[in-house]
Design a protein around this ligand. Sequence first.
Ligand SMILES: [Zn+2]
Length: 316
Amino acid sequence: MSVIKTEYIRVNPYSRPGIRLTNTNKIIMHYTANPGATAENHHNYFNNLRDRYASAHIFVDDKEAICIVPTNEVAYQANDVQKRVGGKPYRGVPALLNNANFKAIGVEMCIDKKGNITMATFNRAVDVVAELCKAHHLKATDIVRHYDVTSKNCPAPWVKSPSEFTRFKNAVAAKLSVKTKKGKQWLYAKQNLGIRKEAGKWDSGVAFVLPQHAAIQVDYDNLKNDWFEINYQGKKGYFSASVATYFDEKNPNVPYVCQSDLLFRADPKWGGAPSFRRKKGETINAVEKLSNGWLKCTLGMQYGYLPDSATYLKKK
Ligand SMILES: [Zn+2]
């Protein structure tokens, strides 16, 4: 099932010229630069555009993705002139010469009122672009920013933080590679994850929160809409199988045995607030050794700290 809804705008000279693409070599990522405006808002805007030439194929917000120009037609998205090199307009992606509008599909991410690409929009854009890659036999390395093509500050959040763009490409790559894995595997949450009630639906509500570093066993043979079924402490839900984005495949937990009754601190120093207690002989997982020699330990959703000293803790 497609994650992209179709709602084409009218053929018109300003935003949908009705010309066929000559190739589909890349997917160009944009942001709308309109705080708070939705995908539907942009559909309406481009359907009535009369005073300039602009458009893109697909608009993504935190509720939906709408295709407003068919993906085999030209959209006026990335042939702008931002600077010149040797008298000619800067063009940073050779595969899109001479006019990127004839050789690429454009995906616009909407932003919230504060100008941010929300997690829901980011995740939906991953699903959209993975679907486009599959349909057009493209790889995650074929995803480029508008900035890469013409040097326009777009998507501005990814020009400012290129690591977010890398995270995006990795998430798409992970989604494209899901099908090649088989059977059961242990995974470890990279962060606290809001496990959803329904497979493939970010907006289906949070069934429960899987704590960072928690271990779960997933089954690649039992994917639903490219999502894992997650079972944890008697609770059940679903989460995206974009493993590189959300999970560690290597166990970050190192088990230690408490050498006496211990009070773990909320901060890695003496004299601070308490976090939790463990009794002599009980096991606790450490997930990190800090530069001051203290261990960061986990218990459910809580963190607690003690020095890495055999007086307190010994490796199991
Ligand atoms: Zn752009």
